[in-house]
Write a protein that binds this ligand. Structure first.
Ligand code: ADP
Ligand code: MG
Length: 262
């Protein structure tokens, strides 16, 4: 009797582990904008703790793909499963998923009329119901993590682009996401500010965050990614660990892309 009961329990715990190890799974996914077929048969599985870099020419569908992962865009065909929840039209579940997934955009989208601290505490207080003092304490912790605690009471317009982007990252982290999506977070920045933002992202990766980053920073990809995914014309053309991806690209389109950016 004891043995019979133990066996299925052991199986269940194994299942639980393997299920929670998958952060994002995309199966046979297609998306259209009206009759434009923007994403074609996307299959992608991202495990917890992975650092994925998505590269590819402009217009290849990189932004659309990561926007689908937190349902800023709807897909029409196939499945997207985020932290065990399939993205459908069920708004309650979309909210659940959005709470787990932080997103940082090219443009920082901070509220200009709120201080940095208020930008960071807005969602924790109003969406999560965190008491103000607790939200502020946590916000200061994240501002220290992105190395700008002294800016807490300033307004976004008083900060440099690099500082604003670090605030945007801290703002996402305040919601305790399990997964962070980045869409070209450094491409609107002056060159001297790119490193300070990448440094924060490197640290986040070292701390074990699951990250999916669209970026053209190939140095970052080499340093941080465990997998680089190359997209062209709405498809995943190839993927590999960074060393192989850069030194031994398989497809002509990947070779052409790399020859243009490296
Ligand atoms: P990337 O991020 O790789 O540059 P995007 O995902 O932004 O590519 O865009 C992929 C393609 O989809 C492009 O041809 C773009 O013009 C088109 N597209 C993006 N957003 C929309 C939209 N809301 N409506 C129609 N077409 C769009
Ligand atoms: Mg884009």
């Amino acid at each position: 009797m004891t043995t019979a009961m133990e066996a299925p329990q052991a199986d269940r715990s194994r299942m639980a582990v393997s299920e929670t190890d998958v952060a994002v799974e995309i199966i046979g996914m297609n998306k259209w904008f009206a009759d434009f077929h923007v994403l074609r048969d996307i299959n992608l599985k991202v495990m917890n703790g992975e650092r994925i870099v998505i590269a590819g020419p402009s217009g290849s569908g990189k932004s659309t793909l990561i926007r689908c992962i937190n349902r800023l865009e709807e897909h029409q065909d196939g499945q997207i499963i985020v932290d065990g929840v399939e993205l459908t039209n069920d708004l309650k579940r979309i909210d659940e998923v959005r709470r787990e997934v932080g997103m940082v955009f090219q443009h920082f989208n901070l509220f200009p009329h709120l201080t940095i601290l208020q930008n960071l505490t807005l969602a924790p207080i109003w969406v999560r119901g965190t008491p103000k003092a607790e939200a502020e304490e946590s916000a200061m912790k994240y501002l220290e993590r992105v190395k700008i605690p002294e800016q807490a009471n300033k307004y976004p317009g008083q900060l440099s682009g690099g500082q604003q982007q670090r605030v945007a990252i801290a703002r996402s982290l305040c919601m305790n996401p399990k997964i962070m999506l980045f869409d070209e977070p450094t491409s609107a920045l002056d060159p001297e500010m790119i490193k300070e933002v990448l440094d924060v992202m490197v640290k986040l990766a070292e701390d074990g965050m699951t990250m999916i980053c669209v970026t053209h920073e190939m140095g970052f990809a080499r340093q941080v990614a465990n997998r680089v995914i190359f997209m062209d014309q709405g498809q995943i053309i190839e993927q590999n660990e960074p060393e192989e991806f850069f030194s031994n690209p398989q497809h002509e389109r990947t070779k052409l892309f790399l020859s243009q950016i490296l």
